[in-house]
Design a protein around this ligand. Structure first.
Ligand code: PLP
Length: 381
């Protein structure tokens, strides 16, 4: 059998990685400023993470959710402490799309309504319900058109109000900073008014922090820059540093009942060990502060680049918008400079999503490489 060929691949095969370094099968070292779509939070193969996982797999890797698993409680406790959401409730699953699916389903049960508000250029995942709230014609199959979703532009509060006032909306789902779409974000005034309107019209406010969460932007959650408290927060990616784990954090007023949500793999012992070790490292190594400070350093150093129009994002969730499409620039950065970066739905945007452990040295290396590619080439011309 061969693989279903749905991804264009760079000709690089990583076989080993540590920190922000990835090594391919020929022994070539790469600087990883992308972390496989913002997944690597504490650095590749962090010794504490490896130790925790090895110890856990030696004991028990998996048993079903029909029995007690104190690792889940430890994870909920630790996540509550670090995020500041001590009084929330945690439901564990396996990916970002699944987290959003569960959030939307819960909102619909809770409000007994079905329409959803989402935003232009949003990305919430590729499963049926998650793709329905994802505004990208390339990944929306005809099947998903049947879903009851209204897409609105960011920062146009009157349009949000007009839709919510119809009182048939169960949930408003929004990324604090759009990831795949290209790092656009709502203003603080917009987020605060959205929160108020959701309360007024009894719609559940879901913040999709799958990409922006876990310290990446310099706060535990990016929505914390806006002083809002969502009803549900979706998490995944950096949560497991590569181990597939996701979840939703649910406000206390949404009460659980048996059978409301369910999962086979969600919250298994190995996933919890991975997720716990990530939180432990984030705390002991002050990675949230490091993300903010290193992001500030990046912004202070990145100037005078030819073709650079705009710098977007916060902390270590950054985007460089050029006046040309960046596919060739990305290719040259990987093949010639041995640096991984990311693209976006906005084809002129280069995304930087490194492990939260990087420092000035890696930023200097990247900027030098970028300058050299932009100087030497015809990229963008
Ligand atoms: N939500 C956001 C904001 C994302 O960026 C992504 C993935 O890029 C998802 C959801 C989907 O996550 P997953 O690929 O783990 O299903």
């Amino acid at each position: 059998m061969k693989l279903f060929d749905v991804y264009p691949l760079y000709k690089v095969e990583p076989v080993k990685a540590y920190g922000s370094t990835v090594i391919d099968k020929n022994g070539t070292e790469y600087l990883d400023l992308y972390g496989g779509h913002a997944v690597i939070s504490i650095g590749h193969s962090h010794p504490h993470y490896v130790k925790r996982l090895k110890e856990q797999v030696d004991k028990i890797g998996f048993y079903s959710n029909a029995v007690q698993n104190s690792l889940q409680n430890q994870l909920a406790q630790k996540l509550g402490e670090l995020s500041g959401y001590n009084d929330y409730q945690l439901f564990l699953c396996n990916s970002g799309a699944e987290a959003n699916e569960n959030a939307l389903k819960l909102a619909s049960f809770y409000t007994e309504k079905s329409r959803i508000i989402a935003f232009n250029n949003a990305f919430h995942g590729r499963t049926s319900a998650a793709v329905a709230v994802t505004d990208n014609p390339r990944i929306n199959a005809p099947l998903n058109k049947q879903q009851n979703v209204t897409f609105l532009p960011l920062n146009q509060i009157e349009l949000v109000k007009a839709e919510l006032a119809k009182e048939d909306v169960c949930a408003l789902i929004i990324e604090p900073i759009q990831g795949v779409g290209g790092l656009d974000e709502g203003t603080t005034a917009f987020f605060q008014e959205v929160e108020q309107l959701c309360q007024e019209f009894k719609a559940v406010l879901i913040l999709d922090e799958v990409q922006s969460g876990y310290g990446r932007t310099g706060k535990f959650f990016a929505h914390q820059y806006h002083g809002i408290t969502p009803d549900i927060i979706a998490i995944a990616k950096g949560m497991g540093n590569g181990f597939p784990v996701g979840g939703i954090m649910i406000a206390p007023h949404i009460e659980p009942s048996y059978g409301l949500l369910g999962t086979t793999f969600g919250g298994n012992h190995l996933a919890c060990a991975a997720a716990l070790s990530v939180l432990e490292v984030i705390k002991t190594e002050n990675l949230i502060d490091n993300a903010r400070l290193t992001g500030d350093y990046f912004l202070s150093q990145i100037y005078g680049l030819s073709g650079l129009k705009k710098i977007k994002g916060r902390g270590l969730m950054l985007g460089l918008e050029f006046d040309f499409e960046v596919a060739e620039l990305r290719r040259k950065l990987i093949c010639d400079q041995h640096i991984f970066t990311g693209g976006a739905m906005n084809k002129k945007l280069l995304r930087i999503l490194p492990p939260l452990t990087i420092g000035k040295k890696e930023i200097d290396q990247f900027i030098k490489a970028l300058q050299s590619v932009l100087k030497s080439q015809k990229v963008g011309l």
